[in-house]
Structures are given as structure tokens and as C-alpha cells.
Design a protein around this ligand. Structure first.
Ligand code: GDP
Ligand code: ZN
Length: 354
């Protein structure tokens, strides 16, 4: 594997040079661990952590690395490394918090975003538009995948395609069906070697089915990134980067999948207020309102006092927010531990003049 097979190109090379980072190794962040990052270059996969705040500041990148980032690393041994800085990003997939002004980088350096919509009863052009807006916002080229075309007639499909072409001018449309395999070759040939892709769209539109098809496996989770750390594979599954049969690179994680898919029309704020006031009556203080006994929210749904669509919208948004809150907190806590580990390793290296 060459660096360019991992997505490295002239853009990153020239920035690396400009920033005087030629002396460092570079690697790509392929997974975000709860405790660290997995970074990969042509020879190794490392468990890596950030240190060297000064270097970070020098690069004026206060941000944490994200999957897809190119980072400058210092090797500690063949399995561990320290991330010294992030190379400037070509594109960014960003998440905006609904109640805050700050944004969070979910993935970096994606070349093409596939905005997936299905033609069945969930067909929703506003949602597709939000998806495309997120891509545009991050400077990522979009393409539309119209899935489940086995569920409508040829005329029905033509009508939808015309509608899409009128509304979203100059954006490629790939009609697919993972049931009849129609359009899957076209999707496959759309994907180029060494380029990075992601799939966005609401749950149920067929993203996993499409991705599994591209991966050539039955379960995306079975394709989890291998680790040297001895920790279970499941810890990184669905949290990173996948290498496709045709040389394309795919970034996928649960937080990314639902990004922007929360239907704001359903009045998120109002629903949150409604749910948090109900939640005061839940039996358990830490009730997640999913399956707990004595849950006032579930009870309200049962009594038709709370709209089920609004509730599921709430759960989606909560999932998205929780995912990032957790990792951020965890990162901060684990940063310290890793710092100690690095310090010790370096001390030992000095002591034994390794
Ligand atoms: P995701 O939530 O976007 O990852 O969607 P999944 O891939 O899990 O698919 C959701 C459901 O739609 C599953 O029951 C799939 O079997 C079904 N599905 C996926 N692709 C197609 C398709 O092309 N046609 C039909 N009829 N069903 C599909
Ligand atoms: Zn509850």
C-alpha cells in the first residue's frame, strides 16, 4: 500500500512541506478510539494520542484530529505513536449543535458525499437537501443515491429523477436497488481509487446495505479495523475507515450517519421541553426513556399524549449528541493517562539510550 492509496495527494504534500513537517512521518487517522486514535501509514498501524500542545498551537489547529485527517506523528515503537499536528484539511464534515454556535468536525478529507434517499414512503426532499447542504458546507462534492428503486415503477422513477434534477441542478444521481442489484455497478464505478467517500442519510434508507455491497461483506461490523492493542475488535467497529475492493476509501460511523437527519420541522426544541418535563416523573433519575419501567415518556406515548414521530426524532438527535459528548469527555480524561505513558516511555528511552 502506498500513501496515495490511503488518500495522500499533492494538497497534503505541499502543506506538509510549507509547514516544515517533512521530517515527521505522516499517517491517516482511520479510527477514533474512546482512548486514542488509530493512525495508518504504508508500514504500520499505530495507537496514537495527541501531545505536544506547542506544536499544535504552532500549526494553529486547536481542533482534535478526526477520522480522515492526515497527521504528523512521532513513532514511539512500532505500535504506538504521538500525534504532533494535523495537516490542513481539504474538506470537513461538520456537525452544528442546534443549541450552540460551535461546530464539531466529524470526519475530514472526504472527497465525495453520497446523500442517500429511498423512494419508498419515507421519500423526503427536504431531508435530502439538508444532507447536500452539509456536504456543501464542508466543501465536499455531493452525489445523490436514490435507493430502493425496486419498490416503484419505471414511470415513477423517471418522475422522481426529473424532480431531483430540477431541484438539485448539476448533482449526479445514481438510482440503485440492493434487492435487484440495479445501479450498483454504476455506484461502484463512481468510486475512484485513493478517493474518500461517505454515505449520509436517514436510518432505513439502505446505507448499510449499499456499503456492505461495496465492501463485499455481509456485515460492516465484521470488517472492523484490526488492532494491535489486544482490545476487542468491537471497540472500533463502525467508527472509522474502510478500504473498498476497488481501491476507494470509505468513512463511516454511527454519529455521521444521522447527521442533519433530525427533522427540525417537527419542532425539536418544543419536543425537548415536552420530554424533559415528562422526564421529571420517570421512576429513575437517569432514565433514557427507551425501555425503563416507570418511564413517564413511554407512558405518554402509550396514552397518545406524545407523538411517536416526535419521540423518535428526539431519540435520533440524542444519539447524535451523546455520541460526541461521550467521546469528547473520554478524550479529555484519557489524554492525561496517555501523557503519562509517553513521558515514561521517553524517560526510559533516555535512560537506556534506545
Ligand atoms: P440504513 O439504516 O440506512 O443503514 O439502512 P439498511 O441498509 O439497514 O436498510 C434498511 C432496510 O431497507 C432493510 O430492511 C433493508 O433490507 C432494506 N433495503 C435496503 N436496500 C433496499 C433496496 O434497494 N430495496 C428494498 N426494497 N429494500 C432495501
Ligand atoms: Zn423515562
Amino acid at each position: 500500500m502506498k500513501l496515495k492509496d490511503l488518500g495522500y495527494n499533492a494538497f497534503f504534500a505541499s502543506n506538509r512541506k510549507t509547514l516544515g513537517l517533512d521530517a515527521y512521518l505522516v499517517a491517516r487517522v482511520i479510527a477514533e478510539h474512546k482512548e486514542a486514535y488509530i493512525v495508518k501509514n504504508t508500514t504500520n498501524e499505530y495507537l496514537a494520542k495527541i501531545t505536544g500542545r506547542q506544536m499544535f498551537n504552532a500549526l494553529s489547529r486547536a481542533d482534535y484530529p478526526a477520522v480522515g485527517d492526515w497527521v504528523a506523528i512521532t513513532e514511539l515503537d512500532c505500535e504506538r505513536a504521538v500525534i504532533g499536528g494535523i495537516l490542513p484539511r481539504k474538506t470537513m464534515l461538520k456537525r452544528k449543535y442546534s443549541n450552540e454556535t460551535k461546530t464539531q468536525v466529524i470526519a475530514a478529507n472526504i472527497d465525495v458525499t453520497f446523500a442517500v434517499e429511498s423512494v419508498d414512503r419515507d421519500y423526503n426532499l427536504n431531508r435530502l437537501e439538508r444532507c447536500l447542504a452539509i456536504a456543501k458546507d464542508g466543501n465536499i462534492k455531493p452525489a445523490i443515491v436514490l435507493n430502493k428503486i425496486d419498490l416503484i415503477s419505471q414511470e415513477g422513477l423517471s418522475c422522481k429523477i426529473t424532480q431531483l434534477k430540477n431541484r438539485f441542478k448539476r448533482i449526479g444521481i445514481i438510482p440503485t436497488s440492493t434487492v435487484t442489484d440495479k445501479g450498483l455497478d454504476e455506484l461502484n464505478s463512481y468510486i475512484k481509487k485513493g478517493k474518500t467517500y461517505c454515505f449520509l442519510g436517514s436510518s432505513g434508507v439502505g446505507k448499510s446495505s449499499l456499503i456492505n455491497n461495496l465492501l463485499g461483506t455481509d456485515n460492516i461490523k465484521t470488517n472492523a479495523i484490526s488492532e494491535h492493542t489486544g482490545r476487542g475488535k468491537h471497540t472500533t467497529s463502525g467508527r472509522g475507515m474502510y478500504f473498498l475492493k476497488n481501491g476507494g476509501i470509505l468513512i463511516d460511523n454511527p454519529g455521521m450517519r444521522e447527521i442533519g437527519m433530525v427533522d427540525t420541522k417537527l419542532g425539536v426544541k418544543k419536543v425537548f421541553n415536552e420530554i424533559s418535563s415528562l422526564a421529571k416523573k420517570c421512576k429513575f433519575g437517569d432514565c433514557t426513556h427507551i425501555n425503563e419501567p416507570g418511564c413517564a415518556v413511554l407512558d405518554a406515548i402509550k396514552r397518545n399524549k406524545l407523538d411517536e414521530n416526535k419521540y423518535s426524532n428526539y431519540l435520533k438527535l440524542k444519539k447524535e449528541v451523546d455520541f460526541y459528548k461521550m467521546t469528547k469527555l473520554e478524550k479529555r480524561r484519557k489524554d492525561r493517562k496517555f501523557g503519562q505513558f509517553v513521558k515514561k516511555t521517553l524517560e526510559q528511552q533516555k535512560k537506556y539510550k534506545i
